[in-house]
Write a protein that binds this ligand. Structure first.
Ligand code: ZN
Length: 390
């Protein structure tokens, strides 16, 4: 017994290193939600250059072995006048396409699950697009069809506000979940092979979307309510429904979504923070350094939140894996959409290897880890394509 234990310990240390290195050599890490494109439009942010701010660029993707990203295209309904929602979304999508083309030695646009695999095998990084909020399509299924042609592979049914398709979980209930046009929209998405994203929408809306959709649905960036009981997180009942349909819950890294104590401070300070940001942007409208001033404000408020560890993030992943199985967990970091509020140790996309190490430590097999880090999300993308009726 003692000999066995000693062998296991020595073997574990040696094998552990080998196993991690071997996994990292070809693992596909696929993140369902990263919001970088707006920085390309607003600040001329270049994906090819290394930065000391924001959370994604190509050098840091390489370092963190992040192989594929569904980039978020959005215009928050509360920040833009309705007539700007669609043009702003198109500008962000255009910026993403242009940056990918400008970095073609490193990155390629992916339109299918097979593209993602091929690009990953070739040693390049795969970029895909997604649209956050049904308000961005001018209530037009035709507009959504054009977005599909432009590479958009999921639509989040609603963002922070309820729209004509679905109730947002952070706004008033108007439809009791989904409206009739919301259900029709899902059928059209199924027909095209576009994934249905149920993050941000009310629990009733998620359950209705799961019932309406022929394909599995994804929660592109949502965490666990049983661990952090805040409005944006998902209760067990909803997680189970998504899993029963074959879908994935992509865990959000936002420190405030992972930990309720951090959320309380974040929410209490948010009005003051947002006002300061508004004032600085108005006062320095033509100053190219204004975004650095904004980041300074965000950092100052973030420092007031209790620290959230990467262990907490692992807890959310582990919880979903134990509740509904490893086939239904994925990653949706929300990097570049969370104003720098990351868990300690997970500051940017170079840090994913820490999660792999954490999952090894929690006792997951190589296959399990590959699934949760990317293959589950790829499976849902592929299933959506297979169920499409073109
Ligand atoms: Zn979001």
């Amino acid at each position: 017994m003692i000999v066995q234990l000693a062998l296991w310990l020595v073997g574990g240390v040696l094998y552990g290193e080998d196993r991690f290195d071997r996994l990292m050599r070809d693992i596909l890490i696929f993140d369902a939600h990263i919001d970088t494109p707006r920085y390309i439009v607003d600040e001329g942010y270049r994906l090819g250059e290394r930065h000391t701010y924001y959370e994604l660029d190509i050098p840091r993707m390489r370092e963190g072995k992040l192989g594929a990203v569904l980039f978020g295209i959005y215009a928050q309904p509360q920040d833009y006048a309705p007539q700007l929602w669609l043009p702003r979304a198109l500008e962000c999508l255009d910026a993403l396409h242009r940056e990918v083309a400008a970095n073609s030695q490193d990155m390629e646009f992916a339109y299918t699950a097979a593209d993602v695999e091929r690009i990953h095998k070739s040693g390049k990084l795969a970029a895909l697009a997604s649209l956050e909020g049904g308000h961005l399509i001018s209530d037009s299924v035709a507009v959504l069809r054009m977005f599909y042609k432009l590479g958009v592979r999921y639509l989040t049914l609603a963002h922070f506000r309820t729209n004509n398709f679905a109730d947002s979980m952070t706004d008033v209930e108007v439809h009791g979940g989904l409206s009739k046009p919301g259900r029709e929209l899902i059928r059209e998405m199924n027909r095209m092979g576009m994934m249905v994203d149920v993050s941000h929408i009310s629990d009733k809306a998620v359950l209705a979307a799961v019932e309406e959709s022929r394909a599995p649905v994804i929660a592109s960036h949502s965490s666990v309510k049983a661990i952090a009981p805040i409005v944006r997180n998902m209760p067990d009942e909803v997680i189970k429904a998504i899993a029963r349909k074959g879908g994935v819950i992509c865990i959000n890294f936002h420190a405030g979504y992972l930990d309720a104590a951090a959320y309380d401070v974040y929410i209490r300070n948010r009005p003051a923070r947002d006002q300061e940001i508004k004032d600085v942007l108005a006062l320095h409208a033509s100053d190219p350094r204004r975004w650095e001033l904004v980041r300074g404000i965000q950092r100052r408020y973030f420092a007031q939140m209790p620290k959230v560890s990467s262990e907490k993030l692992l807890q959310h992943i582990d919880y979903v894996a134990k509740l509904v199985g490893v086939d239904h967990v994925a990653l949706g970091s929300d990097y570049d959409g969370i104003s720098g509020m990351t868990p300690a140790g997970m500051e940017d996309v170079s840090k994913y290897p820490l999660l792999v190490k954490g999952l090894i430590r929690l006792g997951y097999s190589d296959d399990d880890i590959r699934k949760m880090m990317g293959l589950n999300l790829l499976r849902v993308l592929r299933t959506s394509e297979q169920l499409a009726q073109r």
